[in-house]
Design a protein around this ligand. Sequence first.
Ligand SMILES: Nc1nc2c(c(=O)[nH]1)N[C@H]1C(S)=C(S)[C@@H](COP(=O)(O)O)O[C@H]1N2
Ligand SMILES: [Mo]
Length: 174
Amino acid sequence: MRLRFFLMACTCLLIMTAYASSADTSAPITTQVQVKGLVKHPFACTLKNVHLLKPETHTNLNIVGAKGEIKKVFRSFKGVSLKNILDSAGVDMPNPKEKGKYYITIKASDGYTVLYSWNDIYNNPTGDHVFLVFSVNDQPVQKDGQFVMVCTNDKITGPRHVKWVESIEVAKLP
Ligand SMILES: Nc1nc2c(c(=O)[nH]1)N[C@H]1C(S)=C(S)[C@@H](COP(=O)(O)O)O[C@H]1N2
Ligand SMILES: [Mo]
């Protein structure tokens, strides 16, 4: 009887461990964000130097899924604006007539990718609403981190909420 109980307990434990690992779909934590592509000064953004990029604190942002469901609540968050990041790197645009061809891709370590056009960031209110976030609700971003990006004026904020950001790249259409 004791043996049967022991074997049953072992089976339970095994199933639980298997379930826990299959439910863990998180991508590798990234410790730096490469700012690269068509920029004059490529650099790696880290928790050590992010403070040089004028961090801002904002409150009350919900991460909302496609069906309108609230997935996460940011009562407060700290981040640096994508525009400040791009200004530090210096977008390399020899011919300003081609500004409409420039875009910025935000890539995550699981392959998830989001883009902004140069005009979204520099010629539209959206440029004041896109942040590389390193702290949420007074805690460093850990499980989804160390950096996530958000666009706070999106109606549906989920799709352009990027977890595990690993690069910000400026590119240009042919
Ligand atoms: N790196 C990465 N970021 C991602 C995703 C993803 O699969 N990978 N899913 C997106 C989607 S579809 C939504 S709705 C939001 C909210 O997801 P969360 O509840 O997992 O934070 O994250 C977005 N960010
Ligand atoms: Mo989603």
